[in-house]
Design a binder for this molecule. Structure first.
Ligand code: HXC
Length: 514
């Protein structure tokens, strides 16, 4: 054959394989409101940047009629490309080919691109749309998952790992996403569960829809498995592009800075917080008043909303924010918010992103439910994460900083580099009402007018302890600042921390309260 006919033959072969599971299966995919695996990759990556590998890979399974089955690309597309000109490795499972199920070759393709991502120190993006372990390939499918999980774990904290759930993600398929850093879900499309409704019906006799069992909302709001929730696949891809813009390509780099911007023209920082500590406000307004422009990429927005985590920029540099949200449960720490914050702190620490903590909260949430849910174990995670983090750490106490919450929210004692407090800050073992009731119980009970006495004692306690000056006198906070100075103070603190160098005791690894 001439070169020309060889090229024509190659093109024909490519076209054939690129059809995936064929027109009927693609039609079914479209009917479900889903893009194909190839369309997804092309929509997410920069135009013409995608380079594919192992397009012609085929399974070699036998039995169950597999010998006669052609599974194009073995149900997964792998390759490299760029997003906003930043290199990434990617795989996308093709549901049109045997339901995107994972057989031996399918797993080999995924692990090949994972190895590449780790070696080249670039982010890995996995688009999941799969029925799980390919039943016909038995233990080889399970082996494939094991190889993927092992690599997810090795790569953890070295390169960013992003999972996008764009279809069913059943059985073994859910654990790779669970081992990665960020999980993206889309309304009506994403489903994640260990065992599907039919198994639940058989084993437990219960009827439940896929959506109720493990739909996008379930994971964004209840389980905390998902970090980003979108209404459409295209919105999801935009969220991924935004995330990539904030994070470095590996743990040996810093995020690439953007041109600095002044804060957006929202509310002024000094006008947001009500002087009555019982009146809530939206902490997001504070974050936006401190950062460049109005952009703030909130992570896990719908899970444990009593704490806010996310990325923004200050003078063009990426900063991770951890902030109590007084609008929800007064911003208390509980099991879920501790988990949420701790994981984010570890992410920022692993990827050289400084952490700014904004504090206004009455402590850990009391009650039997929380105690029995393990608030001691979960609450310890945030203490561990802040203590271990060696990136620059700045704290601003806006109003309440009570009890364990004061310590947990990146206090000096957990090695914050800079701690600032507004004059409205109340740093105390507990809130004035609770404290006065305990400390002055006798006086209140024995008084002729207990209610009046209680009020008086609460005021006395407030004057003495519910302010920032006792902590300032001890050097536990570095400076009491006016609200309008906050951005400048944080910026300066981050600037002088740029070259921060801290050494932890040598060890194989710690034992965090997982
Ligand atoms: C082989 C599979 C498959 C699988 C789907 N297919 N899942 N083939 N192994 N695990 C095939 C179907 O036979 C079908 O092939 C095509 O993919 C499309 O599937 P449908 O069922 O027609 O699609 P849909 O109605 O949309 O339902 C999707 C689904 C369902 C909900 C994912 O297929 C399903 O429940 N599959 C099994 C899910 C599951 O329990 N997985 C766990 C596996 S065990 P044809 O040829 O007809 O088009 C596991 C353990 C690993 O993963 C543990 C590691 C820790």
């Amino acid at each position: 054959m001439s070169l020309r006919s060889n090229i024509l033959d190659l093109r024909k072969r490519k076209r054939e394989v690129q059809k995936g599971g064929g027109d009927k299966a693609i039609e079914k995919q479209a009917k479900m409101g889903k893009l194909t695996a190839r369309e997804r990759i092309l929509s997410l990556l920069d135009k013409k940047s995608f380079h594919e590998y192992d397009l012609f890979a085929e399974h070699s399974a036998t039995g169950f009629g597999m010998e006669s089955k052609t599974l194009h690309g073995d149900g997964v597309i792998i390759g490299t490309g760029t997003i906003n000109n930043k290199p990434i490795c990617i795989y996308a499972q093709d549901f049109t080919v045997a339901g995107g199920s994972l057989g031996l070759m399918h797993a080999r393709k995924i692990t090949k691109i994972m190895d590449h991502a780790l070696k080249m120190r670039v982010p890995l993006i996995g688009i999941n749309d799969s029925g799980g372990a390919r039943i016909q390939e038995g233990v080889n499918s399970l082996a494939g998952y094991g190889e993927i999980f092992f690599r997810n774990t090795l790569a953890s904290g070295v390169i960013p790992q992003i999972s996008v759930i764009l279809g069913p993600c059943a059985g073994g398929a859910v654990y790779s996403p669970a081992l990665t850093d960020f999980v993206f879900v889309v309304e009506n499309i994403s489903k994640m569960f260990i065992t599907g409704p039919s198994v639940i019906k058989t084993v437990l006799g219960e009827d439940i829809s896929m959506e109720e069992l493990g739909g996008a909302k379930v994971h964004a709001e209840i389980t905390g498995n998902a970090h980003f929730y979108a209404k459409t696949e295209m919105e999801c891809f935009q969220q991924i592009k935004d995330l990539i813009s904030y994070i470095p390509r590996s743990n040996s780099k810093k995020a690439i800075p953007y041109p600095p911007k002044a804060p957006g023209k929202g509310k002024k920082v000094e006008d947001i917080v009500p002087s009555d500590p019982r009146i809530p406000y939206d902490m997001r307004d504070i974050i936006i008043s401190l950062t460049d422009g109005t952009e703030f990429l909130e992570v896990m927005e719908y899970f444990a909303p009593n704490i806010i985590i996310g990325f923004a920029r200050m003078e063009g540099e990426t900063v991770g924010f951890v902030a109590n949200q007084p609008m929800v449960l007064a911003g208390v720490l509980d099991c879920d918010s501790s988990d949420k914050a701790a994981r984010f702190i570890r992410y920022c620490d692993a990827f050289n992103i400084p952490i700014v903590t904004l504090e206004d909260m009455p402590g850990y949430l009391p009650g039997v439910d929380q105690e029995h849910a393990g608030v001691i174990r979960h609450g310890a995670k945030i203490l561990y994460a802040y203590s271990e983090a060696t990136v620059p750490k700045v704290t601003v106490i806006l109003r309440k900083a009570y009890g364990g919450g004061y310590i947990a929210m990146n206090s000096r004692h957990l090695r914050a580099d800079f701690v600032f407090a507004w004059p409205t800050a109340e740093i105390a073992v507990m809130g004035p009402e609770g404290a006065a009731n305990i400390v002055f119980r006798k006086e209140i009970a024995e008084s002729e007018n207990p209610e009046e006495m209680r009020k008086q004692k609460v005021e006395e306690y407030k004057k003495k302890f519910a302010n920032p000056y006792v902590a300032a006198a001890q050097g536990y906070i570095d400076e009491v600042i006016e609200p309008k100075e906050t951005r400048a103070r944080i910026l300066h603190a981050l600037k002088v921390s740029e070259n921060k160098s801290v050494f932890l005791p040598n060890k194989k690894h710690g034992i965090p309260p997982f």
